[in-house]
Design a protein. Sequence first.
Length: 149
Amino acid sequence: MEKTLVLLKPDAVQRSLVGKILNRFEEKGLKLVGAKMIVLTSELLDEHYAHHKEKPFFSSLKKFMISAPVFACVLEGENAVNIVRLLVGETNGAKAAPGTVRGDYSMGMQNLIHASDSIETAEKEVKRFFKKEELIEWTRRSDSDVYGE
C-alpha cells in the first residue's frame, strides 16, 4: 500500500477545517496511519520548499506557513498519492473543481493543503515530517469493503 503526506496548512487550521478535510480522505477509503499538529521551522520549510526557493513568492510562503500550526498526516491506500491529489484539486482554489477540497473551501492561492505529488516525493516527505515510530501499521476491518476481495 502507498503512503502519502498531507499537510493541512495554517489557513485550514485557522478556519477549523481539519476535521472536514480529513473526513473526505477517510470517507474515500484512505487509512490514517500518522497524524500530529506541528509548528514548522524555517529550516524545515527551506528543505520542504527547496524547489520554490528562487521564486518571488518564497518568502511570503514561508511567512504564511509559520503563522500558525499545521496538521500533518500520513494516509495509506492503493494509489494513495493520485487519489489524494484528485480529492485535493487544482492548486489555485478559484480554478479547482467543485467537490474537491480546494474547489469547495479555497478562493485562490491560500489553498489549505499540501499533498505529495508523486510516490518518490511522498516517500521523502513522509520521512521528513514523521519518524518511523510515529507511523502505525494497523489492519482496518473494513478494508475488504473498501477494496473488495
